[in-house]
Design a protein around this ligand. Structure first.
Ligand code: EPU
Length: 432
């Protein structure tokens, strides 16, 4: 296993490019199962989650080729309806196979995903949606078994206690595009990654109205055709590097998601006092001399994304004054908090909120990554902390950030990836 070592205090200058959106690619790969034709997917980031999704597609019968340069070819001439526990348990997002298998074969047997460090992640809304399409859905020995041979369009309200569901919407749309009749989904997720999926499906011949809005109307078709599609840029990776620029940059440039995908985030950054400019596809971020504390609430899109909350916590931890971060998507998503506290951040969790008392500085420490976005928050903290930060369990980072250490090194960060055998023994944390 690798660790990351960062020596804080360097200035970031130059240009970083964000890759394709991980959370678009995963359902888009699944959607390739909806046709027998070949699909070419471009701008695919080289991430462990993406490679894993490729393996899952192979397991259900597709031929999958990574052609290099972010181009993947997927052909699902024949498909099996089963995704076993050994595969699904390692990546929760593999549940997005469900809708594609139902759409293609009229049946699916997919292992129920387990819990996750960011909190309970039920799939009741996915099940409710499929039932509204007249599918029979049962949980049996840890598996979700769907019989959709008599499926037909229906009206579905897909809102839950935390609002819409992203993967639930993806699943229902993928099932509905090849379900006879008209399906109407209310409270559909509006995330850009759902728009990207719907765009791909439309290019394949699906009939979907209202894309990007909370009401989707889908007219089922008998078959879909192959596609050549380029994935949208990753707005979360883009936002993470914009925060890096705000913390440690000196006119850092970031090529990635455009303002239309980042409205709530850039609005908050401006309130903090960070100067952002977007010109001809390139962001320039100016770190503010005087930053202001903010209240921030994560919400489904177009609200502030939960996937940028941990990174924002790092920025606010060294912004004078008291900020409040409230989670309305995953009320327990604060695993970064105890690790940032080890670096001197003054943070307190109150229910679904984190109260941040901004400090002048953070100090480097050995810390443990617990999930993808928490890892990114720790890397950002390491960039500005005094002294050395060692981050263990960086495989979490590799799930969603392609070569983050190399990208940051290229713009001046003193960051390196080492085998954990090179980490001083007295700094090693308990790996239990
Ligand atoms: N929920 C339910 N019932 C359901 C489904 C969801 O109550 O049937 C709840 C969840 O427990 C949560 C909320 O609804 O409180 C939102 O969950 P959602 O289903 O939208 O999340 P997801 O589809 O499982 C995707 C991303 C996450 C991102 C969330 C929210 C993928 C593969 N994952 O998860 O990404 O945080 O949407 O935007 O698209 C990440 O990239 O780090 C990540 C965790």
């Amino acid at each position: 296993m690798d660790v990351i070592r960062i020596e804080g205090g360097s200035f970031l200058q130059g240009r970083i490019t964000a890759g394709g959106a991980k959370n678009s690619v995963l359902p888009i790969f699944a959607a390739c199962l909806l046709t027998e034709d070949e699909c070419v997917i471009r701008n695919v980031p080289d991430l462990s989650d993406v490679r894993y999704m490729g393996k899952i597609l192979e397991h259900v019968g597709a031929s999958v080729a990574d052609e290099g340069d972010g181009v993947w070819r997927i052909r699902a001439a024949e498909v099996r309806p089963e995704a076993p526990y050994e595969l699904v348990r390692k990546m929760r997002a593999s549940i997005c196979l469900l809708g594609a298998l139902v759409g293609r074969l009229g049946e699916a047997r997919v292992s129920m995903p387990g819990g996750c460090v960011i909190g309970p992640r039920p799939i009741d809304l996915h099940m409710k949606g499929l039932r509204k399409l007249s599918c029979q859905v049962e949980v049996e020995a840890g598996y979700l078994r769907v019989d959709g041979h008599s499926r037909r369009g229906g009206d579905v309200f897909l809102g839950g206690r935390y609002g819409s569901t992203v993967t639930g919407t993806a699943n229902l749309v993928m099932a509905a595009v090849r379900t006879p009749g008209k399906t109407r989904i209310e409270c559909a997720a509006c995330e850009p990654e759902i728009v990207d999926l719907c765009t791909l499906l439309q290019e394949m011949g699906a009939l979907i109205e209202g894309v990007g809005s909370p009401t989707l109307v889908i007219h089922g078709v008998d078959s879909l055709k192959g596609v050549d599609h380029s994935v949208i840029p990753d707005r979360i990776e883009t936002g993470t590097y914009l925060i890096a620029g705000a913390l440690a940059g000196s006119g850092l440039e970031v090529v990635g998601a455009p303002p239309s995908l980042l409205g709530a985030f850039t609005d908050k950054m401006e309130e903090v006092g960070v100067g952002l400019e977007f010109n001809q596809g390139v962001w320039t971020v100016h770190s503010a001399a005087d930053r202001n504390p903010v209240d921030l609430i994560t919400l489904p899109h177009p609200g502030f994304p939960t996937d940028l909350q941990a990174q924002m916590c790092t920025l606010l931890a060294i912004t004078p004054g008291i900020s409040v971060l409230t989670e309305r998507v995953y009320p327990n998503r604060f695993m970064h908090v105890p690790e940032l506290q080890r670096m001197g951040a003054d943070l307190a969790i109150e229910g679904a909120s984190c109260i941040v008392k901004g400090r002048k500085s953070l100090s480097g420490a050995p810390v443990m990554a617990s999930d993808l976005r928490a890892s990114a928050a720790l890397v950002l903290a390491g960039l500005v902390a005094t002294g050395e930060t060692w981050i263990q369990r960086v495989y979490h980072l590799d799930r969603g950030y392609q070569c983050m250490d190399a990208k940051l090194r290229a713009v001046g960060a003193r960051i390196e990836r080492l085998p954990d055998s090179e980490m001083p023994k007295h700094l090693l944390g308990e790996d239990n």
